[in-house]
Design a protein around this ligand. Structure first.
Ligand SMILES: [Zn+2]
Length: 317
């Protein structure tokens, strides 16, 4: 009798547990369905990708808008067999975010990626992903301009002192570079874009690299944010694009070159630009709000402190 009762109780508990698990899975599925799926690709990069990818994952997940998966490529100079395992099904994701700069992807992966973006997939290139794949024509079109592109055969785009877009001609000046990292001012260039809506017109960005003279086909670029690249800081003397979009077939591409390492990427301005860029690349719209801790414009450098009126006292002997 006892045994039967116990068996019965156990059976009821099992059924309840199964029901609970099923409803939890259903709930999770429903929640997942509302979210934008992002694939972050890393594995090679002249930068600290092992530290920045978790920051990117967290800043995206924190918005509640995304589910994020990370795909890590084989290390540099890996044999073909290692690359055979790197064959993402891009179509499973609404956005691909690249934190990758390194060896060329296998042809099949590259063609699949082109098809994915051309067919309407979203792509976000983060900081040094703008130095990836200089030999890949479609990638060059997607990002508009980047590092490691020959300035003799590539154009570029900057904003002059009157706010006018100016093309850097082939052979004019050097290729992509940056001066010493410093705190610099970012300015919204297109205040009507959903990507910049609600951002202050100008703000101070954390000490970071200020990319300049980037090169590429620079076609159909829609510039969102610029920064003045001061010659005194080793820059170009022009307003350089920091964030922009490029259409590629039916796909939307967002490029953000801010965010060299962990602090620069976690900075609230970089973080919201990356998150909004992912949302926009996936949906064409932006709902992610500007955070309360978004940086303000730093006040002009204060006058040097007044000299101490008193003569310093001689050290006690
Ligand atoms: Zn960097």
């Amino acid at each position: 009798m006892n045994l039967t009762r116990r068996t019965f109780t156990a059976a009821v508990l099992l059924v309840l547990a199964a029901l609970f698990a099923a409803s939890a899975v259903a709930g999770e599925k429903a929640e997942k369905a509302d979210k934008i799926s992002v694939l972050v690709i890393d594995g090679q990069n002249g930068h600290n990708w092992k530290a920045t990818t978790p920051v990117i994952k967290e800043l995206l997940e924190k918005t509640g808008r995304f589910t994020v998966e990370v795909l890590t490529s084989p290390p540099a100079r890996s044999p073909k067999e290692a690359w055979a395992k790197f064959n993402p099904d891009f179509s499973k994701y609404a956005v691909v975010l690249s934190n990758y700069q390194g060896d060329a992807w296998p042809d099949e992966v590259a063609r699949n990626f082109e098809k994915y973006v051309d067919g309407g997939g979203g792509f976000v290139a983060y900081h040094f992903a703008s130095a990836a794949f200089p030999q890949w024509d479609a990638y060059n079109k997607m990002i508009g301009m980047g590092w490691s592109r020959d300035p003799k055969s590539n154009e570029g785009l900057y904003i002059d002192e009157n706010g006018k877009e100016v093309r850097r001609a082939k052979g004019e000046g050097r290729g992509g570079f940056h001066g010493a990292a410093h705190v610099f001012e970012c300015s919204v260039y297109d205040k009507d874009s959903p990507l910049t809506k609600g951002l202050p017109a100008k703000w101070s960005h954390i000490k970071d690299e200020l990319y300049g003279s980037l090169r590429g086909p620079a076609k159909d670029m829609h510039i969102l944010v610029t920064a003045f690249s001061d010659k005194d800081k080793g820059g170009t003397g022009m307003n350089e694009p920091m964030a922009w979009t490029v259409p590629f077939g039916k796909g939307r591409v967002f490029v953000n070159v801010l965010g060299h390492d962990v602090p620069e990427t976690a900075a609230p301005d970089t973080a919201v630009l990356l998150a909004r860029g992912c949302e926009w690349a996936a949906t064409g719209a932006v709902t992610i709000p500007v955070p309360a801790d978004f940086p303000k414009l730093a006040p002009p450098a204060a006058a040097p402190p007044a000299k101490a009126a008193e003569k310093p006292k001689a050290e006690a002997k």
